[in-house]
Design a protein around this ligand. Structure first.
Ligand code: ADP
Length: 348
């Protein structure tokens, strides 16, 4: 069952300048986040991702549509009920948002104090959380004494303090270097797998989605333009905007500049073969091309792994009679996605 469900959700803001236009930050969004998902929301800056999170968190009301969190329609709740709902949702941020004048322990204890926990319960929980995030020796440290990765670990511990069912991560790794990003993502994966917390990850970084998300929604201009399993969206994006995004992180897809360089360097027709799951179809491509008597050269390629499933793209320069190439491609198309890169663009 969905833990977060949005149906026809729109959020508009009044014009920011006199005579300006109304801003539609989120536009008719419908999506379900299942319990236990790591759900990625991706899109360029200004796509509406943060607004969507503020709606889920009930920090702002939607202008239209309904939002259900853990079985409750939050568009109809009193402010008091909303406050209690928010304790069931943890949140981490790009800039960590720690209290600089409080120790690590006091930062993590803060939401428990707000919720009225006893000192003994708070102490026990803080100890448990510090050990879970690998900072058992930092209880008395102040945020300024910590690295970025350590600060975000404290942020995660604080967000989990009152045992929320949902964790919202808004660009939580965008201020971190690649190695630290990797460590924080590994921790979030443990939060999901060991604690059963549903995680919603907002990011403009496709590789974050590739590393930990199970599902993804791609946003553009306030709309969700594509959603589904990460493997499906990454290995076969349908929408041109998601193809652009995915192309920036997926291995084996030449950029327009690289395509131009390939065309300079190699004679023949440039054709990309896209494979999903399994190598037998790859071998068959080479067999079919050889049997057709074509001369071929591998000019670009890469294999990707998403949570243990592989897909890849190989670009070959094919030389021979046009009709013979067409016949061979038709045969291959039955098993494998074939995209010819012509001077005018891609032909499927
Ligand atoms: P993202 O998180 O994908 O970068 P945002 O949700 O922050 O996108 O913003 C989506 C759009 O809504 C942008 O055009 C932004 O300028 C606008 N917007 C966001 N918050 C407000 C606000 N409080 N008032 C007016 N416009 C806003």
């Amino acid at each position: 069952m969905a833990i977060v469900s949005l149906a026809g959700v729109t959020k508009t803001y009044p014009p920011t300048t006199r005579g300006g236009a109304v801003v539609t930050a989120v536009d008719d969004v419908t999506l379900d986040i299942e319990r236990g998902d790591v759900f990625g929301i991706i899109g360029y800056s200004g796509a509406g991702k943060s607004t969507l999170v503020r709606l889920i968190n009930a920090l702002e009301p939607a202008s239209a549509g309904s939002i259900t969190v853990d079985g409750t329609d939050i568009t109809r709740l009193s402010e008091r009920a909303l406050r209690s709902l928010r304790t069931g949702i943890g949140m981490i941020f790009q800039q960590f948002n720690l209290f600089s004048s409080k120790t690590v322990k006091a930062n993590i204890a803060y939401p428990m104090r707000l919720a009225g926990w006893s000192r003994a319960d708070i102490d026990a929980r803080v100890e448990e959380l510090l050990s879970f995030v690998g900072l058992a020796d930092k209880a008395k440290a102040y945020p300024e004494q910590l690295s970025g990765g350590q600060k975000q670990r404290v942020g995660i511990a604080r967000a989990l303090a009152t045992r929320p069912a949902i964790l919202l991560a808004d660009e939580a790794t965008s201020a971190l270097d690649p190695q630290t990003t990797h460590e924080v993502l590994a921790l979030l994966k443990r939060v999901n797998e060991e604690q059963g917390v549903t995680i919603v990850v907002i990011t403009h970084e496709m590789d974050v989605i590739q590393t930990i998300a199970t599902k993804v929604a791609v946003m553009e201009h306030g709309r969700v333009i594509e959603q589904g399993d990460v493997f499906d969206v990454f290995s076969r994006p349908q929408n041109p905007a998601s193809q652009r995004f995915v192309g920036t992180v997926v291995k084996g897809v030449p950029s327009p500049a690289e395509t131009a360089a390939l065309r300079e360097r190699h004679d023949g027709r440039l054709v990309t073969f896209s494979f999903r799951d399994g190598v037998s179809s790859q071998a068959q491509v080479f067999v079919d091309l050889a049997e057709a008597g074509l001369d071929f050269e591998l000019v670009y390629g890469g294999i990707n792994d998403i949570r243990g499933r592989a897909f890849g793209h190989l670009t070959l320069a094919l030389r021979g009679e046009d009709a013979a190439i067409d016949r061979a491609l038709d045969r291959i198309r039955v098993q494998v996605e074939v995209t010819e890169i012509t001077a005018e663009g891609e032909v499927h």
